[in-house]
Design a protein. Structure first.
Length: 286
């Protein structure tokens, strides 16, 4: 079914005077972690003028039946149209003007997107694409970035606790299970490469973490996410800090960094004191 949809998209690109190139990226084009029945189709579509493709979804009718369509920005500042076709098949079109695409290629900005593998489906201008280089080269964090991330994490530990103390459960949970988890993920990725040194790809945004992360990390992650409940958020916050602390200390040791113990100790002591005090006031239950 996915191939039939991809064929329909390719035919549209081949016959449209507005489309210059169509490039398949993501799991459909990778040699490792290949696509399965639940994988989406990720495409870069280079066009003469991106505005009509971004502002309207009428062009999708030339491809096939679709049910949901919306746009959102990509991490590199482009715009993608995300579409759900018949059979709940999802396609992400990264839509780029020809000038923007050529600039990205000249400056090397496209290498990160194409580096994990790609397949050219349509190329009307013989676009010069970079060599395929599967795998993402790992650049270990410098000490300044490491220290900033650790301080950021401990600052938001206190921030989250304050929201709990005020009864702002939405804000507390959003930070504990959102912002702080991004910092935890960053540290897990650093740990995977700097401490375990597996050489594997840690992907993006936690993709496939259930396959590449160490067993003990995945086990500890089970208790780091909370229900919408004050006591559960407090417990998950403490489990999150325990895991982050262990990984950060091991990364610091492996990289020869100075671990900011004072930030850790101060934030941890303040949070525990405040939460214990609140628990006591409520008769032993947050």
């Amino acid at each position: 079914m996915q191939q039939a949809l991809l064929d329909a998209i390719t035919r549209f690109a081949e016959t449209s005077d507005e489309v210059i190139a169509l490039i398949l990226i993501g799991s459909q084009a990778r040699a490792d972690r290949k696509a399965d029945a639940f994988s989406d189709i990720d495409l870069i579509m280079v066009v003469k003028d991106a505005k009509p493709f971004i502002r309207s979804d009428s062009w999708l009718n030339e491809i096939g039946g679709f049910h949901i369509s919306f746009t959102e920005p990509t991490v590199d500042g482009q715009t993608e149209r995300r579409v759900l076709f018949d059979g709940a098949q999802d396609v992400d079109f990264v839509i780029m003007d020809e000038d923007a695409a050529m600039l990205a290629l000249r400056q090397g900005d496209a290498a990160g997107i194409l580096g994990q593998g790609y397949r050219v489906l349509v190329d009307k201008r013989r676009v010069a694409l970079p060599e395929r280089a599967p795998g993402t080269a790992f650049a270990p964090a410098a000490e300044a970035e490491f220290l900033n991330t650790v301080h950021d994490f401990w600052y938001h530990t206190v921030w989250t606790a304050k929201k709990l103390l005020r009864g702002e459960l939405w804000a507390a949970k959003f930070c504990a299970d959102g912002y702080m988890k991004w910092k935890l993920l960053w540290m897990i990725q650093q740990h995977e490469r700097a401490v375990r040194k597996t050489g594997g790809d840690t992907w993006y945004a936690g993709r496939f973490i259930d396959f590449w992360a160490a067993d003990d990390i995945r086990s500890d992650l089970k208790n780091t996410f909370a229900h919408y409940d004050r006591a559960d958020i407090a417990a998950a916050l403490q489990e999150t800090t325990k895991l982050f602390r262990r990984l950060a200390r091991e990364v610091a040791q492996a990289q020869g960094f100075a671990y900011p113990s004072h930030a850790d100790d101060y934030a941890t002591a303040w949070v525990l004191e405040q939460l214990e005090s609140l628990s006591a006031k409520k008769g032993g239950s947050l």
